[in-house]
Design a protein around this ligand. Structure first.
Ligand SMILES: [Zn+2]
Length: 527
């Protein structure tokens, strides 16, 4: 009996479990058995591994081969175990050195010809491998750039099983291709847009841009109400351009999510690289709950809200979303993560996103109190507004009514040569404001104002009596709710951070009350 081991990683959400792949060759009749809770795609691994070994100029043992994947209780899905199964067999058969094989993590899908194919989830797998104490990994060459983002582990990119066998000491002819086949692709649409869009593209809308700056500085969720064509989408897309670069840990986390989703990690450079700019995701209002929060058949995949991790999630025409889709955002908004329960375990994906909701003032879109006639009934308007009421809107600090820039205004602004600050300029101001908030909140679990709960605000971040008197009176009279009160205080602190003040003054609070907007944000003229 000959025995050898190799190691692979099984992912559940971002968390990886070390899988021991044990190969045993016994003297029984030729057979190939795979045990340890493999799913269907893993069973197909047998055919791929057998053919790949043969087509690498190596021999499959002409005896009984048993592969055991353990721990058996951990679900194992997908084709990324192929490579570790193949090298375990080669090691058991004495073709390669067992110690070399067992000292590295092997990740990769095999083609029937022995080629090694790109797989999803390499970055989070390698982070788990480092935590399990591994110092070396063999990954598909097509994943090499991504694999190099993991720190503390040497990674080798391979294109063919024969190449891996040679690395592990097989006496075999294999010339690795002279050109590293790292496929450079065009940046995906989102990345190009990021590179080409700037808040300075927006003409006029000075108040809206100022509100976006506050939203960016404090991490405040935002609602924009306005007629179709008022510029809501243009503004929302540019919020992400005002956010500072992601801190390293956040960048790794977000990149890992994109890796599991099978996305190329291309933001600016054309090769896989760390996602350092806050992502922007704008799901369509027909999106399913699964598309939004993740899940699906087989291994759970992250949804769009996780792809917006540490960035902006924009729901255009928010009242048009299915109610279950809107409700599915509640829990992630509270906890910053998505939890998907499966029979085999629980997958967790991070989902810290800044929510931007956009809505028309009414189903027909004309109820702006300006010129055009609204054709909606009162009932239709109420139902439309009600879709956004409740828990989702409770989390939104800034409620903004957007008026389109008229042709006259536009001509005037152009004639004056007026232009808004650039995204880069505002990003610097936002970064400074965030630093002030982070310093004040040091020692708490929060770093931006939007995260601070009301109870903490009222106890530790009270606004000076002289300044907050009017707000306090409004609360006592009942003309403002406790939530509304907290929202104003939170926004006042962000205004103070932006202005470089140690504490909010009257101006900051007055501005905050404006930003908080109406309790009935869909009603124009009642702000
Ligand atoms: Zn209407």
């Amino acid at each position: 009996m000959q025995l050898a081991k190799s190691y692979a990683i099984s992912l559940m959400g971002l968390a990886g479990t070390l899988i021991e792949v044990e190969a045993e060759i016994s003297s029984n009749l030729p057979n190939f058995v795979l045990v340890g809770l493999p799913d269907a795609s893993l069973s197909e691994a047998k055919d791929r591994v057998r053919a790949a070994i043969h087509n690498s100029g190596l021999e499959m043992p002409a005896r009984r081969v048993t592969i055991n994947l353990s721990p058996a209780s951990v679900p194992k899905q997908g084709a990324s175990f192929d490579l570790s199964i193949a090298v375990a067999i080669l090691a058991a058969n004495g073709v390669v050195q067992s110690e070399a094989v067992a000292s590295a993590i092997h990740i990769g899908e095999l083609g029937l010809d022995g080629s090694i194919r790109r797989v999803a989830g390499v970055l989070p797998s390698l982070i788990s491998a480092v935590n399990a104490g591994f110092k070396r990994a063999i990954v598909p060459m097509a994943n090499l750039e991504e694999a190099r983002l993991a720190q503390g582990i040497e990674v080798v990119g391979a294109v063919h099983l024969a190449q891996v066998a040679k690395i592990h000491g097989a006496e075999i002819e294999f010339e690795p291709p002279s050109v590293e086949p790292i496929i450079r692709v065009e940046s995906p649409r989102a990345a190009q847009e990021f590179n080409s869009i700037d808040i300075a593209d927006v003409i006029g809308q000075v108040e809206a841009i100022s509100a976006l700056t506050v939203a960016a500085a404090g991490g405040h969720h935002l609602l924009m109400v306005g007629a179709p064509g008022a510029g809501k989408t243009m503004l929302a897309e540019r919020l992400a351009t005002l956010l500072p670069d992601l801190a390293h840990a956040c960048a790794i986390e977000t990149t890992a999510v994109y890796s599991i989703a099978g996305h190329r990690l291309v933001q600016n450079t054309g090769v896989d690289s760390l996602i350092v700019r806050p992502p922007f995701q704008a799901p369509h209002h027909t999106s399913s709950v699964t598309a939004l929060v993740g899940g699906g058949m087989g291994s759970p995949r992250p949804g769009l809200i996780s792809l917006a991790n540490h960035g902006v999630l924009f729901l255009d025409e928010a009242p048009e979303f299915q109610l279950p889709a809107l409700e599915s955002l509640r829990q992630p908004l509270e906890s910053g993560e998505v939890v998907i329960n499966r029979s085999g375990g629980t997958a967790r994906f991070p989902a810290h996103f800044q929510l931007v909701l956009a809505a028309n003032p009414c189903p027909c879109g004309n109820n702006t109190g300006k010129g055009k006639r609204c054709v909606c009934t009162q009932g239709q308007k109420l139902r439309y507004a009600a879709k956004l009421s409740g828990p989702l809107l409770d989390r939104v600090d800034i409620r903004l009514q957007i008026q389109p820039v008229s042709k006259t205004q536009l001509a005037m602004l152009k004639a004056e040569g007026h232009s808004n600050k650039s995204s880069k300029q505002l990003r610097e101001i936002v970064t400074e404001a965030r630093a002030r908030a982070a310093a004040r909140l040091a020692g708490t679990p929060w770093s931006i104002n939007a995260q601070v709960p009301g109870a903490y605000l009222r106890k530790h971040l009270k606004i000076d009596d002289g300044v907050g008197q009017q707000l306090q009176k409004a609360l006592e009279k009942g003309s403002i709710s406790m939530r509304g009160f907290d929202r104003c205080v939170r926004l006042a602190w962000t205004n103070a951070d932006l202005a470089g003040r140690d504490k909010p003054n009257e101006e900051d609070l007055a501005e905050a009350i404006l930003l908080r907007g109406s309790e009935n944000p869909m009603e124009f003229g009642h702000a």
